[in-house]
Design a protein. Structure first.
Length: 332
């Protein structure tokens, strides 16, 4: 899915219709869906990130403020993934020197949570600038810029977070150099019970633990699991989803970075979860359930277990978010 700059410059931006301001929310995501490393993911209702974008007289893109990041994110517009991607898009449209925007980034989700924090911010920013301009681009045309944001954030331009955050629902990333994003159905009773333990697992470190080579028999098992997940989504076969959402390749390496992982997994599966695993690179974990009630019960029990072991945590329960980013009313 390369960026066709010539095609973008052919888009006519009506400056008289550009909005003065826009406020956008983009959702967190559960990347990998346990067994689909770098290719599967789904969006959730909460948490997520928010961007407020304002049109200003002075040309260029600037960060006005960042909230909720504990001072960890750069204010430099060329280094912050949100503003850098907005600048890239405006440049490709040929209007970077003709328009000025200022950005307020509100982080409602922790950095390094394994819930797609950087992708939610980037998606919110790109969706906001597209809305401000009158929606000249489709979501598919915004996707390469979202992927570039991931490359800037963690050095690897993968789409398993940005695809569901932008498109909503469950997505499959097929292909290598040219992205092919496939939307998959989301069963209505499919819920995620997410627990984010307060431990630090940097994405780069988590990726370095992954084996470069796997046994063919393990690969065949994993392929079968991924195929089972896709089939289960189409047929709304929750038992098949539960049997299929197992990771024998990535989880064994990454689980060692997450305290009490296997204890949490035992709690989840014995309490009715369909499956349990790591969300993205961790440390967040996810219990996939049929229905909200089981997800609520599982996350509560896991959080209680972590607390008795001296580990603070956040918990979230959500159905699959099929909408993706959305425009919010201003509250000021």
């Amino acid at each position: 899915m390369p960026i066709d700059q010539n095609k973008l410059k052919e888009k006519n931006i009506d400056f008289s219709k550009i909005l003065d301001k826009v406020r956008v929310f983009a959702p967190a995501t559960v990347a990998n869906m346990i067994c689909g490393f770098d290719i599967l993911g789904f969006a959730v209702d909460e948490p997520g990130d928010e961007v407020k974008m304002y049109r200003v007289a002075e040309p260029g893109v600037r960060i006005r403020s960042i909230q909720g990041d504990d001072g960890r994110l750069p204010m430099d517009a060329d280094r912050n993934t949100v503003s850098a991607c907005v600048k890239m898009l405006l440049d490709d449209l040929g209007i970077l020197q003709d328009i000025g925007v200022e950005i307020e980034l509100i982080k409602h989700m922790p950095i390094g949570s394994g819930l797609g924090s950087s992708s939610a911010s980037t998606v919110a920013g790109l969706f906001a600038i597209n809305t401000l301009l009158g929606n000249p681009l489709t979501k598919e045309e915004l996707m390469p810029y979202c992927v570039e944001g991931e490359r800037l954030a963690c050095g690897h331009g993968h789409a398993d977070n940005v695809a569901p955050a932008l498109m909503g629902g469950v997505t499959l990333v097929r292909g290598g150099e040219e992205l092919d994003i496939v939307k998959l159905p989301a069963p209505k009773e499919l819920y995620a019970g997410i627990v984010f333990p307060q431990v630090d697992v940097p994405t780069r470190d988590a990726r370095q633990l992954i084996k470069e080579k796997v046994l063919l028999k393990d690969a065949v098992t994993q392929w079968g699991n991924i195929a089972g997940v896709v089939a289960g989504l189409f047929t709304e076969d929750y038992e098949l989803l539960g049997r299929s959402m197992h990771d024998i390749i990535i989880e064994p390496s990454r689980a060692i970075l997450i305290p009490e992982f296997y204890a949490m997994k035992e709690i989840a599966l014995s309490s009715g979860a369909l499956s349990f695993g790591i969300s993205g690179s961790g440390p967040s974990v996810v219990a996939v359930t049929k229905g909200r009630e089981v997800a609520e019960s599982v996350t509560r029990k896991i959080q209680e277990h972590l607390s008795t072991n001296g580990i603070d945590s956040y918990r979230y329960v959500s159905a699959v978010n099929v909408e993706g980013p959305k425009v919010l009313p201003f509250n000021d």
